[in-house]
Design a protein around this ligand. Structure first.
Ligand SMILES: [Fe+2]
Length: 279
């Protein structure tokens, strides 16, 4: 398989949202790339695909999905994988990613990104499924750490060790979500700095930034607000430890106007540039 790619394209991009198709295509904002939600572009035709063609003609893309259910005990959904493969062939994204989690059981999709038990056996199981996905797509995929609100039993190792083990066994990439690490660390009581220092930097090809919300004594990975101060601090630390990795602002709920998103990207770009200068 090709070498791990960490250098293209540098800087801070945005998650592409349908509300902003026209502004992106007409306004051509100075952004290095957009991330498209793979699952929104798996139809055979229609306006969303036509818009994505136009965006793709102007920008590199990252494909980020929620439907592979890599950690499920259900068989891999071959029909879904075929549709992802077709979309990847058509749009040639710079990266393809999904989540290190399970989202379905007995064929029922739960529409939640649920954490796994962190054991050696589960790491092998998930890695084998990732290898099959990579064989089908003829390329590496990235796996993203999800937010957690409780720990699954019987975990034998911390999440960062599990993530590194799966990535090594599958020889895959990592999409490192800085907000999710802060959310999980606060909810479960681990140190996000420890996570950053233990993740294999060479496998991290992309970062995510997003907003969280507070509900009673839990942080929720709500993706519906600006990036918050502790996550900006952690982003700075992440760039220092892992190097200036291409970053996306993810805003999925209560999507604001495009200028608000551009402003968030600009804030992140400032932090990114500082990290780049610091070397
Ligand atoms: Fe994310």
């Amino acid at each position: 398989m090709s070498p791990l790619t960490t250098s293209l394209p540098a800087g801070v991009g945005l998650g592409l949202r349908s509300q902003h198709f026209e502004q992106v295509v007409e306004g051509r904002p100075a952004l290095p790339f957009f991330e498209a939600l793979t699952d929104n572009y798996l139809a055979d035709g229609g306006p969303a695909l036509a818009w994505l063609e136009r965006v793709r003609a102007l920008y590199p893309l990252s494909f980020h999905g929620v439907g592979l259910s890599l950690g499920s005990s259900d068989p891999l959904d071959e029909a879904y994988l075929d549709r992802v493969a077709s979309a990847v062939d058509r749009f040639e994204p710079s990266w393809v990613s999904d989540h290190l989690c399970w989202t379905s059981v007995d064929g029922r999709h739960l529409h939640e990104l649920l954490p796994l038990p962190y054991t050696d056996e589960v790491a092998t199981f998930v890695a084998e499924r990732i290898l099959r996905v990579q064989d089908r797509l003829k390329r590496r995929i990235g796996i993203e750490n999800v937010s957690a609100y409780l720990e699954m039993q019987p975990s034998e190792m911390p999440e960062w060790e599990f993530l590194a083990l799966v990535a090594e066994r599958a020889d895959c990439e990592i999409l490192f979500d800085v907000n999710n690490i802060y959310v999980s660390g606060t909810n479960l009581g681990f140190d996000p700095q420890k996570y950053i220092s233990e993740v294999p930097a060479e496998r991290v090809v992309q970062l995510h930034l997003a907003g969280y919300s507070v509900e009673e004594d839990l942080l929720l990975d709500s993706h519906g607000s600006p990036v918050q101060d502790p996550v900006w601090k952690l982003y700075r630390n992440t760039l220092e430890k892992l190097g200036p990795k291409p970053t996306i602002i993810e805003w999925d709920k209560d999507v604001p106007d495009f200028d608000t998103l551009l402003n968030e990207a600009q804030l992140a770009q400032t932090v990114f540039d500082e990290a780049l200068r610091a070397g």
